[in-house]
Design a protein around this ligand. Structure first.
Ligand SMILES: [Zn+2]
Length: 202
């Protein structure tokens, strides 16, 4: 049986596209409307590929299913630069493929960070999100203090409540507002991208 080797490219929006995906010609169709573009993004997954259905891809069907399950249910695959959950499956497949096939450690980068790197506004975005992450607690603390009394216990419970809300945000909305993720992303940026124009492998 002929095994189809994946081959990846990154489009101008930072989306990873597989050149051997059976819908590849559709993915690179020019001049799409915003709704066509969103529809196309939903299909940027191995599940919509005939090689997955025929089980003749380099990645066996069972392994693709496992990766997809991990992507949906765990935060194992998160952007190295901001901590957001990676929404596009092919971004993850590219990383795994380069790792297992060529022993190349490729960073996982979400589309937002990809464009912020290209437009040299990563640090500005990161600063804004750190402020947002700190501000996130303020309304919760004020609300709790108004409801109860300004004691250490109330403030502590407010922070705990904030952490639970952040976990829910990250799981459902993919957005990470954890200051730890953001600072870690900043360190990653300084180490690998500060003096580079394009996204390169570390
Ligand atoms: Zn990111």
């Amino acid at each position: 049986m002929v095994v189809i080797e994946p081959s990846f490219e990154i489009d101008e929006k930072g989306r990873v596209i597989c050149q051997t995906h059976s819908k590849y010609p559709h993915f690179i169709k020019p001049a799409m409307t915003p709704s066509e573009d969103r529809q196309m993004e939903k299909q940027l997954t191995c599940i919509s590929c005939s090689h997955y259905l025929n089980d003749d891809c380099y990645f066996p069907k069972s392994e693709i299913d496992k990766i997809e399950l991990d992507r949906l249910n765990r935060s194992r695959f998160q952007c190295n630069l901001c901590g957001n959950k990676i929404d596009l499956m092919l971004t993850i497949m590219q990383k795994i493929y380069l790792e297992v096939r060529f022993n190349i450690d490729m960073p996982l980068i979400c589309c937002d960070c990809y464009s912020s790197l290209a437009e040299k506004r990563y640090i500005k975005n990161n600063n804004n999100r750190i402020i947002l992450s700190i501000l996130f607690y303020l309304p919760i603390v004020i609300f709790m203090i108004t409801l109860f009394r300004p004691t250490i216990v109330v403030i502590f419970i407010s922070f705990l409540f904030g952490i639970v809300l952040k976990i829910i945000f990250k799981r459902i909305g993919s957005q990470s507002l954890f200051i730890f993720d953001l600072l870690q992303g900043r360190r990653f940026y300084k180490k690998y991208f500060r003096n580079k124009d394009k996204v390169n492998s570390p």
